[in-house]
Every structure is written in structure tokens, then in C-alpha cells.
Design a protein around this ligand. Structure first.
Ligand code: ADP
Ligand code: GLC
Length: 488
């Protein structure tokens, strides 16, 4: 097949979720906002993701369709071409109904149990990405780079490595090293990967095949989502077994801070809000608070409102917050909490909320509208994460004039200016030990500041002034792409 050479950098961005159609966390947001920003910078970027029912339903019916032969299943899959309706980015939807046409989430069924065949589902996603990276798709798209994200796409660099024909270079972006996609070695033949990959310098990881390791080992470059996390993952504490490998590959590893999509998250025009406000006109922020309190059934008294929007997992450190919640209530605060995740943590939150009706509002579930309403309506936002590769909520909350209280880790450390360090530059509050005592000290300090209107407004305005857009950092991805692009 003849490929036209052009100066435009062509990138296939591979992801297992994309906002607003299929989302379990920040990966979905980044998989929409980053490609949009790169497209603005002139990159010919196309996003490959599974054709989940929620995506197929949301997209217009006028799309074209290509076939792509994948050897692991010995048959063609469909690649449906569509355009992201709000962001205008080209989407390539991997259509293989036995794997992707089902009710439930991208990784789990409706009861929260992992799909048994995730190994084959995401193996296929990696294989399809590599096949496109080996220029097997009919018509012209010949990516110079296959940009992979997290373990679900980690096999693509391995397939590319073993592809005998000319092929694209690969970039692996780590959004969360704790999720690794480790499976028993016997899966290899069915994935159509050679046994020679199964060794210490390949994708073998403590007697398993690790999709994440495949991505880290076989990619041409690695990025992660904040500079601090890029350092932390080289340590035993936060390397989750990959610290040695990552330290060895440190020349290939770059920490690039995530950006946010300023039009999707903008208090001046957020469609989920009844009232809008901006840095220059904050008057309506208190109306957002009233509307939120009413919606959640919180007592109408005038109290500081602390918000949480989070996956409920060990990572997020919410057990520390549960410990101090009664003290916060007795000091006069109210809490608005939205999240879902691990059942024991959800239950602890349920117990807590039942003890303080009218003071603690808890919603277990995934609710995009409420996430925006809490971000706007709360006075303070809490993120006690034990580790946080980047974190988007602390950026959203600063952008919405809701100062965050965060543990100084990963991207939280890179994006919040701590009151204790310099009150006049502060955008939030930071604590350095992941303990309930340290969290409590920070929340108390924040509640104190909240009582002093003038200095509180200064913190709010300072936060709203920050530029968290991709304009700051998207260019760094292009620099990485150029470094590994061999087709030029
Ligand atoms: P992570 O990806 O680790 O969960 P991030 O801070 O990067 O953390 O991104 C979380 C994203 O998911 C944000 O857009 C946040 O608003 C959203 N989110 C998390 N939990 C919920 C929920 N229960 N309902 C709605 N949105 C949620
Ligand atoms: C992961 C991380 C989170 C990050 C997000 C997007 O889910 O846990 O910190 O912001 O990916 O990169």
C-alpha cells in the first residue's frame, strides 16, 4: 500500500474511555481534552476506543466503516469512523460485538464485578491499535505514533515491537500504575504474541503477563501525568513493582501535567448549573451553594460546605476523611459527598451519613451533573489521596472558586499553592502526611480562613486565575512525539 508522506504529524490515540460517553474517571476527561488540544496544534489525531453501546447511541448514524483483520481472533473487526460531536475529533471505534456490546461499564458489569474476559477485550484493543500502527487499515491513515494510555492499551507497543513490517513508534502514558492488567501466562498463544516476549525484559511480571509492563517495556517513550508522579513511580513506595524498570528507563520518561477542558468545566457557562459566575463576578456562587443544599436536603443554616467527588478507593484516602467528619460537623460544617467504588468504603460513608441527617448529604453513584454542582456549590473541596498521579478535581475546584484541601502527592503537589507556604499566593491547603490528624489540621486552618472574608476571596480569586488549560502543556506531547518519530 502506498502512503502519502506529509508534514502533518499523525497520531493514533488509544484509550478505553472517553468523555462524556464512557467514563469511570479522569482518563475519560483527558482522552477527550488532550486530543482536542493536540488537534488545535495541528496534529492529525484520531482516537481509537471500543465501540461501546453508549458511544454508538450518542453518535450520528452517518459514519463509514472499515474492516481490520486481527490474527488473534482470525477474523475481521469493524472500525467505525465517527466524529466526537462536541470536540470535533475523529473517532475510530473498534467494533467487535462479542466483546463490547453489553450493558455495564467499560471494565465491570452492573454489579461492579470485572468482566471475566477483560484480558481478551483489551488484548484486542491493543492488537487493533498495533495493526493500525502497522498500516493495515485500508485508506490513508498512517500514524507515525501510537499513543497508548494505561494497561488496557499496554499490549499495543508489544504487538508493534513484534511486527515485522515498517510501523509507527509508540508512546505509553501512565495514568495510574496501580492498575496493571496482570494475567496468567497461558494467555499468550491466544493473544498471538510470541513466547519470547515472556521474560524479565519483556512482559513477564512476577509470573504473570502484565499489560502495563508490556507498555512500559516495549514503548519508545513513556509519559505520566505530572512531574511529581514521574519521580514518585521510580520509588519503591509508589512504583508498584515497576520502580526498577522506570528508573532504568528514566531518560525515556517525562512527567507532563494534565490540563482541563475549559469549556466543559467553566462556571460561567456550565450547563449543569442553574446560576453562573466568574472570577470577576462571584455573586452567583452562593446561589449555586443554596441550590445544591436544597437539592441534597441539607439544613438551611449558614455553614461552610465541604465537598467531595471521588472514586471511593484506598487510593483516595477517604477513610481519613470519614474519621474526622464527626469533628467537622460538631465545628459547624456541612458535607456534600458524591462517589462510588469499594463496597466497605461506601458502607462506612452510609453509616456516617445516617448519623448526621441534614448535615451530611451522601450520594453513592456516578452523577456528572452533581459532580459539577458540588464543585461549584461547595466552599471547600477535599482530596486526601494517598497517591494521585495527577488529579483533575483539584483543578476543577480551583477553577470554580472552591479552594481544595489536598495531600501533597503527585499532581496535587504540582497544582495547588499551599496557604501555609505563602498566604498571598495561596490557592488551597496542603498537608504532608496521609494521616487523619494532618488532614484535620489543614481543614481547621481552611475553615478559619473561610471566616475572614477578604483573605478568603483572595484565595478564591488566586485559584480561579490559574491557567489549567491544555494550552500550557499539550505542546510537550508534541515534543515527545517528535523525539520518537522515525518516519520523518
Ligand atoms: P481518577 O481518575 O483517579 O478517578 P481524577 O481526579 O483524575 O481522578 O478524575 C476523576 C474524574 O471523575 C473527574 O472528572 C470527577 O469529576 C469524576 N468523578 C469521580 N467520581 C465521580 C462520581 N461519583 N460522579 C461523577 N463524576 C465523578
Ligand atoms: C488516573 C489518576 C488520576 C489522573 C487521571 C487522568 O485515573 O488516578 O490522578 O488525573 O488518571 O490522568
Amino acid at each position: 500500500m502506498h502512503m502519502e508522506k506529509s508534514d502533518t504529524l499523525a497520531v493514533l490515540f488509544v484509550t478505553s474511555e472517553i468523555s462524556p460517553f464512557i467514563k469511570t474517571g479522569g482518563l475519560a476527561d483527558v482522552s477527550a481534552s488532550l486530543p482536542a488540544a493536540l488537534q488545535q496544534l495541528g496534529v492529525d489525531i484520531r482516537v481509537l476506543t471500543p465501540a461501546y453501546p453508549s458511544l454508538l447511541e450518542a453518535l450520528p448514524t452517518t459514519h463509514s466503516h472499515d474492516n481490520l483483520f486481527l490474527s488473534s481472533i482470525g477474523t475481521n473487526v469493524g472500525i467505525i469512523k465517527a466524529i466526537h460531536p462536541t470536540l470535533d475529533i475523529p473517532l475510530y471505534l473498534l467494533d467487535y460485538p462479542p466483546y463490547f456490546h453489553r450493558t455495564g461499564g467499560p471494565y465491570q458489569d452492573i454489579r461492579g464485578k470485572d468482566w471475566q474476559d477483560n484480558v481478551w477485550r483489551f488484548g484486542l484493543l491493543g492488537e487493533a491499535a498495533a495493526a493500525i500502527g502497522c498500516f493495515q487499515l485500508p485508506h490513508q491513515f498512517a500514524p507515525a505514533i501510537v499513543h497508548c494510555n494505561d494497561w488496557q492499551t499496554g499490549l499495543a507497543p508489544a504487538y508493534l515491537h513484534f511486527c515485522k513490517k515498517p510501523h509507527a513508534s509508540s508512546l505509553m502514558t501512565i495514568h495510574n500504575l496501580a492498575f496493571q492488567g496482570n494475567f496468567p501466562p497461558l494467555i499468550l498463544p491466544r493473544l498471538d504474541l510470541p513466547w519470547e516476549a515472556y521474560n524479565l525484559n519483556g512482559l513477564e511480571f512476577f509470573g504473570h503477563v502484565s499489560f502495563m509492563k508490556a507498555g512500559l517495556q516495549y514503548s519508545d517513550a513513556i509519559t505520566t501525568v505530572s512531574p511529581t508522579y514521574a519521580q514518585e513511580i521510580q520509588t519503591e513506595e509508589l512504583g508498584f513493582g515497576f520502580n526498577g524498570l522506570l528508573h532504568e528507563r528514566r531518560e525515556a520518561l517525562t512527567g507532563i501535567l494534565n490540563g482541563i477542558h475549559e469549556t466543559e468545566w467553566d462556571p460561567a457557562r456550565d450547563p449543569f448549573l442553574e446560576h453562573h459566575y466568574s472570577r470577576d463576578n462571584l455573586a452567583n456562587k452562593s446561589k449555586c451553594k443554596q441550590a445544591l443544599k436544597k437539592k441534597l436536603g441539607l439544613d438551611s443554616q449558614n455553614s461552610p460546605l465541604i465537598g467531595v467527588v471521588s472514586r471511593m478507593t484506598y487510593q483516595k484516602g477517604l477513610d481519613l476523611f470519614i474519621e474526622i467528619a464527626p469533628l467537622l460537623i460538631s465545628s459547624g460544617a456541612q458535607l456534600a459527598i458524591l462517589g462510588n467504588g469499594e463496597a466497605p468504603l461506601e458502607n462506612q460513608f452510609r453509616d456516617l451519613a445516617s448519623r448526621f441527617p441534614g448535615k451530611i448529604a451522601l450520594r453513592i453513584g456516578f452523577d456528572e451533573a452533581l459532580a459539577h454542582q458540588i464543585t461549584a456549590g461547595a466552599d471547600l473541596f477535599v482530596m486526601p489521596s494517598r497517591y494521585e498521579p495527577c488529579g483533575l478535581n483539584q483543578m476543577y475546584s480551583q477553577h470554580y472558586g472552591t479552594p481544595p484541601i489536598v495531600h501533597a502527592t503527585g499532581g496535587l503537589a504540582d497544582t495547588v499553592a499551599d496557604f501555609r507556604k505563602n498566604p498571598s499566593k495561596a490557592t488551597g491547603f496542603m498537608f504532608h502526611e496521609p494521616t487523619s490528624q494532618a488532614l484535620l489540621t489543614s481543614v481547621k486552618l481552611a475553615l478559619n480562613c473561610y471566616q475572614q472574608q477578604a483573605s478568603w476571596h483572595k484565595i478564591i480569586k488566586q485559584g480561579m486565575k490559574q491557567d489549567f488549560s491544555w494550552k500550557r502543556n499539550a505542546q510537550q506531547y508534541i515534543e515527545v512525539y517528535n523525539r520518537i518519530n522515525v518516519s520523518r
